[in-house]
Design a protein around this ligand. Structure first.
Ligand SMILES: Nc1ncnc2c1ncn2[C@@H]1O[C@H](COP(=O)(O)OP(=O)(O)O)[C@@H](O)[C@H]1O
Ligand SMILES: [Mg+2]
Length: 481
């Protein structure tokens, strides 16, 4: 006998694919916060069944709160035409509905200057809907997840917590200008390169190539990173991943940027598969990779870059804030302040490593277990050993006790870098041309010429062609420079 399913069952089945696991739920909440234009997103995870996402995005008006948990209700698209030019992660209007079917969902929110509100829905039933004062933004908390879906609850593995963190890192990677936190871990707003360091550690040394439709950071040496994004959406894209593998790439972060009308994100409800009709982007990646093989390493995230400029830029001058230089094809606009910081930082690091920094005597000796003597020596730390204890007596003036303690856990390099980053001063003042030249020479000897020690980009580069064409001139690139 064929029977119509009760509404409740229909709703659960329909929502099944979206709220399939705690990680899938968190994904929807993060996407909502990003779609709301949040610049700060904080995630608090008590356990995989109880967690909360708080953002400072646009918020929801009190009167619209109940709509958020209605199925197929969305503020993001109005018709099929909008779907073709999608700029947001969400568009189905299904997620909050689905989550509210399987948990106790509490949304608190307010728009700027609007009435704040609170909505509590448990297993699809509204338990509370009241106006409450709230600052601009939204807090969504999920409790008792899968209380009414025992099989699903059982299927949550012990690894779920790390999968939640991994998910947050994925979104943090493609949205570096947004601050994220995960319990006590904080990833402040940063440049992309600094974000990579925040998320995966400073050891990563990645090469970089860019084209009009993609931006790729990769390593042929080290395994561990595999991320593909299409218009900031984390996706699986077997065609691109296969190509990278064939090129001997072991780790990659690939950002593909394609006009949204050429991408169809609507293949699966969870949106992790997309379809890209135009395969030109693949060709572009392939060409850039073969091309960059013949070049010196163009630009690495990490410092040990061999050559960054294919030719050495020459100084034109400065207005006191910006230093301008050029090579046959480009103009470079450097922030002098940041150049100073970079130069001082690297010179300080050299000095620290070669023991040229003056030491100070500690008022009270610090005791450490034996084991780090080699490292202490390399940094010019004065100590003596008695039995199983190392007594630290003297340390270079830019290190502190915490640095010394860190040495048992971290490498000399990372401790030295941290200390120097703290100690760096810019020594900024208006410079004569001769002094500028000297500073620029010192800068060109730096290992990293991309960012200041705190991760800010040092320069902005512009193609000469752009300016020349404005002046109605053709750029002739000289053979020798
Ligand atoms: N964090 C948030 N900030 C502002 N509005 C939100 C937030 N989360 C959800 N919303 C609103 O609730 C609606 C429904 O969300 P959801 O069910 O995830 O569907 P979708 O994201 O596909 O629109 C969104 O369209 C949006 O208007
Ligand atoms: Mg959504």
């Amino acid at each position: 006998m064929i029977r119509k399913l009760p509404q409740e069952v229909v709703r659960q089945i329909a929502s099944g694919q979206i709220a399939s696991s705690p990680t899938a739920v968190l994904k929807e909440l993060l996407e909502n916060s990003l779609d709301a234009g949040a610049t700060e997103i904080s995630v608090k995870v008590e356990n995989p069944f109880n967690f909360k996402v708080v953002d400072n995005g646009c918020g929801i008006d009190y009167r619209e709160l109940p709509l958020t948990v209605e199925r197929f209700a969305t503020s993001k698209i109005r018709d099929l035409k909008d779907l073709k030019q999608l700029k947001t992660y969400g568009f189905r209007g299904e997620a909050l509905h689905a989550i509210s079917q399987f948990s106790r969902l509490t949304i608190k929110s307010s728009r700027e200057g609007g009435t704040g509100g609170k909505l509590v829905v448990r297993g699809g039933t509204v338990e509370e809907y009241t106006p409450v004062p709230y600052r601009k933004g939204t807090s969504v908390s999920v409790e008792e997840l899968f209380f009414n879906a025992p099989v699903r609850r059982k299927a949550v593995s012990r690894k779920e917590r790390s999968s939640l963190l991994k998910l947050l890192k994925t979104y943090a990677l493609s949205n570096p200008s947004v601050s994220f936190s995960f319990n006590e871990k904080v990833f402040p707003k940063a440049s992309l390169k600094e974000r990579i360091h925040q998320l995966f550690g400073r050891e990563w040394e990645l090469l970089e190539v860019k084209g009009s439709s993609f931006h790729l950071l990769y390593s042929r040496e080290r395994k561990g990173l595999r991320f593909t994004f299409v218009n900031r959406r984390p996706v699986e894209l077997p065609e691109a991943e296969k190509l990278l593998e064939e090129k001997g790439i072991k780790s990659y972060i690939l950002f593909i940027k394609i006009p949204s009308e050429l991408v169809d994100p609507n293949i699966t409800p969870t949106k992790e598969r997309v379809y890209i009709e135009d395969k030109n982007y693949l060709k572009e990646i392939e060409e850039s990779l073969s091309y960059s093989l013949n070049l010196p390493r163009i630009s690495a995230v990490r410092e040990k870059r061999e050559i960054e400029y294919s030719v050495k830029p020459q100084l034109i001058g400065s207005d006191g804030t910006v230093l301008i230089a050029h090579d046959p094809e480009n103009y470079y606009f450097f922030d002098i302040h940041l150049i100073h910081e970079r130069v001082n930082y690297e010179e300080l690091l050299e000095k620290l490593k070669s023991g040229e920094i003056p030491t100070v005597e500690l008022l009270k000796e610090v005791e450490l277990p034996i084991g780090s003597e080699e490292k202490l020596k390399r940094l010019g730390v004065g100590f003596r050993v008695e039995g199983n204890t190392v007594y630290v007596e003297e340390i270079p003036e830019i290190l502190n006790i915490e640095d010394i303690k860190e040495l048992s856990r971290k490498s000399v390099e990372s401790v030295a870098e941290l200390a120097c980053r703290r100690a760096v001063k810019s020594g900024y003042r208006i410079l004569e041309f001769k002094e500028l030249e000297e500073l620029f020479e010192r800068f060109l000897r730096c290992r990293n010429r991309e960012t200041c020690p705190h991760g800010r980009p040092i320069y902005y580069k512009m193609k000469k062609e752009k300016i020349y064409s404005q002046l109605g001139r053709k750029l002739k690139v000289p053979k020798s420079w």
